[in-house]
Ligand binder design. Structure first.
Ligand code: EPU
Length: 420
């Protein structure tokens, strides 16, 4: 028996949906919390997603106490922490387990763990993280499936990233906050999640400046103390609901959102003719007459987010004319296109690019969520399709979408799970 999601398409969406804390900030904040010395770290706005469960399991393996006074509040305390090898399944369930590399290296000057996992989106090296650790004075060895990264001491360095990598920027920050002297990350990534992690570390006593620009400066400090932190809203979850609403809303308001974080998306939707009203911390979408085709190129922030490319592709099947979608971050992030074709979409896939010609009516079909955002694109398609869509491998969706069943049902979607 396997669990599937079923969606009966064609239901108009109405009402309000509240966005949870950002997955891609949370998965760094939890490992970052171990840098605190013996005092409680309180993190608020934790999303209910399986990536958080995997990271909590890793904390437990490190003998870090994690309590959850309410579902969205995590209290983390490192008083009894032990730096053991990380080699359980939890490491391979997500990519972000590699943030324990930076955090443990920073705290203990030693970390040993197996290869992290995560969605397959084509090759996803993390050489830039490792080069960063080496620049700080660490040695990196990969043998028998384990990375061993260690240093006598970590010393600040100037590190230029060949690509403005989100993961490398955060991981180097985690390793450098307790290093001696100044670290400068040049060509740093500028994603909002990086600012959130830097703000959290600074509250705990770190000295990080420039997060959110392409140059981040970290002056090492001796210790960090636990402090409370509220996670920023998830711009990718928000973007996904905005896209769903652009497809199916009569009148939907997305709440707990930072509109500036989704500006690349909302500008494209306005160009398409979506009826959208941007508030201070909310966005309202009302039924649009018809949608125009647009071209999209994914880029690092503030460009169009690669994580929204897949759900957006589903919406573009309903736009008049051909839309071109180019990927500059993950050349192979197009597995969703084959699934959408099963539902009737007219999509040509070329290297690092897809052409979607619409509008085409979609019909319910059996499809597979090959990765997290492919899952999101199939949910968008399922809401629009005629008949029932059956989505397999739903664990991918549960890695990143907080309470999706209740949120969609409350908006009027017919969305349920079954064992088949
Ligand atoms: N890259 C390298 N070497 C490295 C690191 C990255 O070549 O050492 C390349 C990657 O192969 C990729 C590009 O640089 O082509 C971007 O990678 P980046 O490091 O910026 O991505 P990431 O940190 O692995 C995060 C998100 C992804 C999101 C990307 C891009 C987390 C946990 N993951 O990944 O989110 O797509 O940034 O914005 O923060 C998702 O949420 O579905 C997801 C995949």
């Amino acid at each position: 028996m396997v669990e599937v999601i079923k969606i009966e398409g064609g239901k108009r969406l109405n009402g309000k949906v509240r966005i949870g804390g950002a997955k891609n900030a949370t998965v760094a904040l939890i490992p970052a919390a171990i840098l605190a010395d013996n005092s409680d770290v309180n993190i608020y706005g934790v999303p209910d997603i399986s990536d958080v469960e995997s990271l909590s399991q890793l904390l437990s393996e490190l003998n870090v106490s994690v309590t959850s006074p309410t579902p969205e509040h995590f209290q983390i305390n490192t008083s009894n922490m032990k730096n053991i090898d990380l080699d359980s399944d939890a490491v391979t369930k997500l990519r972000a387990s590699y943030y324990f590399m930076g955090a443990l290296l920073g705290k203990y000057k030693y970390v040993r763990m197996i290869m992290p996992g995560g969605c397959y989106l084509g090759p996803r090296p993390f050489d830039l993280h490792l080069k960063g650790f080496e620049a700080l004075g660490a040695t990196v060895e990969y043998a028998q499936g384990y990375y061993t990264i260690k240093a006598e001491k970590l010393e600040g360095a100037k590190i230029y990233l060949d690509f403005a990598s989100v993961g490398a920027t955060i991981n180097i920050m985690l390793a450098a906050v307790l290093a001696e002297g100044r670290t400068i990350i040049e060509n740093a990534a500028k994603e909002p999640e990086i600012i959130d992690v830097a703000n959290f570390l600074n509250k705990m006593g770190a000295n990080i400046r420039g997060a959110g620009t392409n140059m981040v400066t970290i002056d090492g400090v001796e210790k960090l103390d636990g402090k409370p932190h509220e996670i920023i809203p998830d711009r990718i979850e928000a973007g996904t609901y905005i896209i769903m609403a652009a497809a199916m809303a009569d009148d939907v308001t997305i709440e707990n959102i930072i509109p500036q974080h989704v500006e690349a998306l909302t500008s494209k939707l306005i160009e398409m003719g979506v009826n959208l009203e941007i508030g201070i911390d909310s966005i309202r979408i009302q039924k649009s007459a018809s949608l125009k085709a647009v071209d999209i190129t994914t880029q690092t922030y503030p460009g169009f987010a690669t994580d929204l490319q897949q759900p957006m592709t589903s919406l573009l099947t309903q736009a008049e004319g051909p839309s071109n979608v180019k990927e500059t971050i993950y050349a192979e992030r197009f597995k969703h296109c084959a699934e959408l074709q099963r539902m009737g979409a007219n999509i040509g896939v070329h290297p690092a690019q897809a052409t979607i010609t619409g509008p085409t009516p979609l019909f319910g079909s059996k499809v597979v969520a090959t990765d997290l955002r492919c899952g999101a694109s199939l949910v968008v398609a399922g809401l629009m399709a005629d008949g029932v869509t059956e989505i397999h491998e739903v664990y991918h969706i549960d890695r990143g979408y907080d309470d999706i069943d209740n949120k969609l049902t409350a908006l009027g979607a017919k969305f349920w799970r079954e064992e088949v």
